[in-house]
Design a protein around this ligand. Structure first.
Ligand code: ADP
Ligand code: MG
Length: 620
C-alpha cells in the first residue's frame, strides 16, 4: 500500500518515498520518476540544464571525483585520469576486454587475467563497480536536490545481454552509492514500458527495440504477453554508435583541410576541438540540411547529403544485426508488431528511415530517445511502489516452490527465477501400508527444511485405494499461469483420484522479504545441507527397516536360519544408528543390511519392494 506522510515543514501531504528509475548508460546516465501530480514519467533536470549526465568520472591529483558534464571536458586533455565507458568493464576480466584494450585511454590493469579488471588512476585502483557508483551517487544527489527529499530506492536498467555477473556488479554499484536497488530491468523492456507497451494484461505483442547510443548498438526482440517480457533474441555491436559517426565527420573534415591524421592524433586539443564540432554538426544535421562553422581559421562544413553517405556503412551494419536478431528469434519482419527507437543516435533521420524501411512500417519515436529507458525504469519503479495496483510485472518466480517430503524436507518443483508461465511435476508415493490420505503441503523458499520456508497452502488427497507402501503413484504437478497463480494438483495414477488447489504465491511478500529469504538460504546453506543429508539418511533407514521387516514376515519360509539371525542383527544395529546424529553411520548400517539381505532379496525381489526403496514418500 502506498504510504502517505505529512511534511512537517510545509504541513502538506507528501508521498512517503519516491522510487526512482535510473538509466546507467555507457555514454549518458539519467534519473526519472513518475511525476506525483501529472502521473507521467518525467526525467529529472535542474533548471535550464540537460537531464543527461555524461557517464564520465574525472579524478584530480588528490583523488577527488567529479562526474558528468564537468568531467567531460577532461576527456582529451587529461585522458589518464578521466574514466569514460566504465559500463563496458562491468563484470569483466582482462581477457574479456583485451581485444579492445586500445579503446581505453586510461589504465586498465591486466596483471591477473582471470580476476575482474581494475582501473588505475595515479596510485589508486578502482573497480568498475566503484566507478559506476560515482555516477550513481551523482544521480542520487541530483535527484535529492531536485525533489528536495531523500532518495534511497531505485530501479536500474542494464542491456538485455548482460549476464549474471554484470547484473550483480550493477546492483553492487547501486548499493555502494547508497541505493537500495529494488530491481534490475532490461533496457529494451524499460523502453517498451515507457511507450505503455505491456501495461495491459490482455496485450500480446512482438516488439523490436533498436537502440543506437553513443558507443554501442543493441537490437532486442521481445515478446510481451500477459505482462511478461520475454527476450527472444539480442544482437548488436558493442563498439558501434554515435562516437563512430562523429569520427567519420572528423575524418572527412581533416581530409578536406589536408591535415594529416598523425597531426591530429598528436594534438589532443586539436582532436578534441574537431570531435566536439563534429558532434555539434551531427546534431545540427538531424534537423537542418547543412552545417558550417568557423573554427581556428578553419571553415568546417558538411551537407546532409555527404553526412548520410559517410554514415551509410554504419547504418547498414545495424540493419544486418536486425536481420540476425530476427533469424535468431525465428521470426520475419511480418511478425514484428512495433518498433521502438532508443538512444540519442536514433535522432539521425537517415537512421530512422533505414530502420523503418527494413521493417516495412513506421517506427515509434515519439518519446525522447535519450530519456526513454529511464522513463520506463520510472514506470517499473512506480509499479514496485504499489501505485499501479492493476498491474503486476511478473516475469519470474522470485522464490522456489515445492512440497514437503518425509522428514520435513523441501522438495523443489519450480526453482526460483523460473520464467512463467511454467509447469512442473513429479511422482511421489506413500510410506505406510494401506495409507488412504496423502497430505500435500506447498512451500515457498530456498531452505532445505520446510520449517524454514513459507507455507503457502496445504490439502489432502483422499481416497487412495488401500495398497502396500510404495505402490501408489501420486503425481504432484505445479502450474503457474501467466497471472502468477499457482495451481497445485495431486493425482493417484493407479486409481485416478485427484485433488487440486489454487495458490497466489506472489502476494504478501515484499521485495525485502524475498531478499531476506534468499540471504538466509545462502547463510544457512551449509547447515541446511548437513541437516538434509541426515534427514534423508534417516528416512531411507526407516524405509529399509520397514521393508525388510515386512519381507521377512512374508517370506520366512524362503530364508535359512542363519539368514534370519543375521537380518535381525543388522536391523537392530541400524535401528540404533537411526537414533544418532551421524549420517555416515546410518549409511554404513544401511549398506550392511543390504549386504545381508541381498542374496535372498534377489531371490524374491518384487516390484513393491524396489518401489518402496526408491520413491520419495510423503507423510500421511
Ligand atoms: P548511451 O545509451 O550509450 O549512454 P545515449 O542514448 O545517451 O547513449 O546516446 C548518446 C549519443 O547520441 C551520442 O553519440 C550523441 O552524440 C548522440 N546524439 C544525441 N543527440 C543527437 C542528435 N540530435 N542527433 C544525432 N545524434 C545525437
Ligand atoms: Mg542507452
Amino acid at each position: 500500500m502506498a504510504k502517505i506522510a505529512i511534511n512537517i515543514a510545509t504541513g502538506s501531504l507528501q508521498q512517503a518515498e519516491m522510487i526512482v528509475g535510473i538509466d546507467l548508460g555507457t555514454t549518458n546516465s539519467l534519473v526519472a520518476i513518475i511525476h506525483p501530480e501529472s502521473k507521467q514519467p518525467t526525467a529529472l533536470q535542474e533548471h535550464n540544464t540537460s537531464s543527461l549526465v555524461p557517464s564520465i568520472v574525472h579524478f584530480d591529483e588528490l583523488g577527488n571525483a567529479i562526474v558528468g558534464e564537468e568531467a567531460k571536458q577532461y576527456l582529451e586533455t587529461d585522458p589518464q585520469n578521466t574514466i569514460f565507458s566504465a559500463k563496458r568493464l562491468m563484470g569483466k576480466n582482462y581477457k574479456d576486454i583485451s581485444a579492445n584494450a586500445d579503446f581505453f585511454t586510461y589504465k586498465v590493469i591486466d596483471d591477473d587475467t582471470d580476476s575482474l579488471v581494475k582501473v588505475q588512476v595515479g596510485n589508486r585502483f578502482y573497480s568498475p563497480i566503484e566507478l559506476s557508483s560515482f555516477i550513481l551517487k551523482e544521480l542520487k544527489q541530483r535527484a535529492e536536490h531536485i525533489l528536495k527529499t531523500p532518495v534511497s530506492k531505485a530501479v536500474i536498467t542494464v542491456p538485455a545481454y548482460f549476464n549474471d555477473a554484470q547484473r550483480q556488479a550493477t546492483r553492487d554499484a547501486g548499493k555502494l552509492a547508497g541505493l537500495d536497488v529494488l530491481r534490475i530491468v532490461n533496457e529494451p523492456t524499460a523502453a517498451s514500458l515507457a511507450y505503455g507497451l505491456g501495461l495491459r494484461k490482455d496485450e500480446e505483442k512482438t516488439i523490436a527495440v533498436y537502440d543506437l547510443g553513443g558507443g554501442t548498438f543493441d537490437i532486442s526482440i521481445l515478446h510481451i504477453y500477459n505482462g511478461i517480457f520475454e527476450v527472444l533474441s539480442t544482437n548488436g555491436n558493442t563498439y558501434l554508435g554515435g562516437d563512430d559517426i562523429d569520427r567519420a565527420i572528423v575524418e572527412y573534415w581533416i581530409k578536406q583541410l589536408g591535415i594529416p591524421l598523425k597531426k591530429l592524433q598528436a594534438d589532443k586539443e586539436l582532436s578534441q576541438g574537431f570531435r566536439l564540432r563534429a558532434e555539434e554538426a551531427k546534431k545540427h544535421l538531424s534537423s537542418e540540411n547543412s552545417f558550417s562553422v568557423l573554427w581556428k581559421h578553419h571553415v568546417l562544413e558538411i551537407t546532409k547529403e555527404i553526412f548520410e553517405s559517410l554514415i551509410q556503412p554504419l547504418v547498414d551494419q545495424t540493419i544486418t544485426s536486425c536481420k540476425n536478431a530476427l533469424a535468431d528469434a525465428r521470426l520475419t519482419i511480418n511478425d514484428i508488431d512495433t518498433i521502438v527507437m532508443v538512444g540519442g543516435s536514433t535522432r539521425v533521420p537517415a537512421v530512422k528511415e533505414a530502420v523503418s524501411k527494413f521493417f516495412g512500417k513506421p517506427v515509434n519515436d515519439s518519446v525522447n530517445p535519450d530519456e526513454v529507458v529511464a522513463l520506463g525504469a520510472a514506470v517499473q519503479a512506480d509499479i514496485l511502489a504499489g501505485n499501479n495496483k492493476d498491474f503486476l510485472l511478473l516475469d519470474i518466480t522470485p522464490l522456489s516452490l515445492g512440497i514437503e517430503t518425509m522428514g520435513g524436507l523441501m522438495d523443489t518443483l519450480i526453482p526460483r527465477n523460473a520464467k512463467i508461465p511454467i509447469k512442473a511435476g513429479r511422482q511421489y508415493t506413500t510410506h505406510k501400508d494401506g495409507q488412504s490420505d496423502m497430505r500435500i503441503s506447498v512451500f515457498q523458499g530456498e531452505r532445505d527444511l520446510v520449517k524454514d520456508n513459507r507455507k503457502l497452502a496445504e490439502f489432502s488427497l483422499k481416497g487412495i485405494p488401500g495398497m502396500p507402501a510404495g505402490l501408489p503413484k501420486v503425481e504432484v504437478s505445479f502450474l503457474i499461469n501467466a497471472d502468477g497463480i499457482l495451481v497445485v494438483k495431486a493425482k493417484e495414477l493407479r486409481s485416478g483420484v485427484e485433488q487440486e488447489i489454487e495458490v497466489r504465491p506472489q502476494y504478501g511478500l515484499t521485495d525485502d522479504e524475498v531478499e531476506k529469504m534468499l540471504l538466509d538460504s545462502i547463510t544457512h546453506a551449509k547447515d541446511d545441507m548437513q541437516v538434509r543429508a541426515l534427514v534423508e539418511a534417516r528416512t531411507e533407514g526407516e524405509q529399509i527397516l520397514a521393508v525388510t521387516e515386512k519381507f521377512v514376515a512374508k517370506n520366512t519360509s524362503l530364508l535359512t536360519k542363519d539368514e534370519l539371525v543375521a537380518t535381525a542383527g543388522a536391523m537392530q544395529v541400524l535401528q540404533l544408528a537411526l537414533t544418532m546424529d551421524d549420517k555416515n553411520l546410518i549409511h554404513t548400517k544401511i549398506e550392511e543390511i543390504n549386504e545381508v539381505t541381498r542374496p535372498f532379496a534377489e531371490r524374491a525381489m518384487d516390484v513393491a519392494i524396489s518401489g518402496a526403496l526408491k520413491g520419495k514418500a510423503i507423510n500421511s
